[in-house]
Design a protein around this ligand. Structure first.
Ligand code: AMP
Length: 187
């Protein structure tokens, strides 16, 4: 099974991708994590990315697509994509990359959280995450990037017919159950 976990920053994509990956023995790729590793390792790419990510801007499509492409070809298990795709171009490329690897996308789970609750969760996470981009100014910019560049991806998947929306405004357990029902029905 290959699944895209879609949602705004702070919606809980990472948490629920982890839970699903453990339950169904799937690989979990977080492009944000892969990019942060590049930054931490101070690779030439990491040095280029640091400022962009600290500002809350999206990294260039080519960079992220290449990271994901390498990952898809090395991983044999089903994959949960967390934080990718974030632009329509990335979504189109994901279809091509999966097809090249003899895979297909089974579903896109959109985890939906009301805007005020998102901001509350992001501020809460900022207290513990120690991420340079988890501060109030950057959070606002990340939400703007999301609305302008990432929300159109939802329409792309709605059009293709593989989008499932899940209400994620409640507790982690309630959302976990809803997501599990979606996945179990497709197994
Ligand atoms: P995340 O951990 O998913 O919140 O991502 C943290 C940051 O990494 C984002 O604000 C972007 O700067 C960058 N990033 C992660 N995934 C992508 C992506 N698919 N496309 C572009 N930039 C990304």
């Amino acid at each position: 099974m290959n699944i895209v976990m879609f949602g705004a920053p702070g919606a809980g994509k990472g948490t629920h991708a982890d839970i699903l990956a453990a339950k169904y023995n799937l690989a979990h790729i977080s492009t944000g994590e892969l990019l942060r590793k590049e930054v931490a390792a101070k690779t030439p790419l990491g040095k280029e990315l640091e400022f962009i990510m600290d500002c809350g801007e999206l990294v260039k499509d080519e960079v992220v697509i290449e990271l994901v492409n390498n990952y898809i070809h090395q991983e044999t298990r089903g994959i949960i994509f967390d934080g990718f795709p974030r632009t329509v171009l990335q979504a189109e490329k994901l279809d091509d990359m999966l097809e090249d690897a003899g895979r297909k996308l089974d579903c896109v789970i959109s985890i939906e959280v009301p805007a005020e609750e998102l901001v509350r969760r992001m501020k809460e996470r900022a207290q513990i995450s120690h991420r340079n981009d988890d501060n109030e100014v950057t959070l606002r910019y990340r939400l703007k990037e999301y609305e302008e560049k990432t929300l159109p991806v939802l329409e792309y998947y709605r059009f293709l017919g593989n989008l499932v929306s899940v209400d994620a405004g409640g507790s982690i357990e309630e959302t976990r159950q809803r997501i599990d029902d979606v996945v179990a029905a497709r197994m």
